[in-house]
Design a protein around this ligand. Structure first.
Ligand code: FES
Length: 85
């Protein structure tokens, strides 16, 4: 059965305050632009318990650390390369 890839953004207070609030909008916009809503499930979750490495984002099984406005698109392209084909 086809399973959507999960993108989970940490919305714990540390990651949220350090940029994930803004990254949520960037990710949503990217998924819309690339027409990926049928292939990807995007949601927020509680603290990943890796606050000092944050802001954190999980794509599939991989956790990306230190995510920011400059690297987020590269991480999305890498994490969603199968979905983007
Ligand atoms: S708040 Fe994101 S890992 Fe703790």
């Amino acid at each position: 059965m086809f399973k959507k890839k999960d993108i989970i953004i940490c919305l714990g207070s540390s990651c949220f305050a350090r940029g994930n609030k803004e990254l949520m909008n960037i990710i949503s916009k990217y998924l819309r632009q690339k027409n990926l809503s049928g292939k990807v499930s995007f949601r927020g979750d509680h603290c990943f318990e890796k606050c000092c490495e944050g802001p954190n984002l999980k794509i599939g099984n991989k956790i990306y650390h230190g995510v920011n406005k400059e690297n987020i698109i590269d991480y999305l392209m890498e994490g969603l390369k199968d979905e983007l084909q």
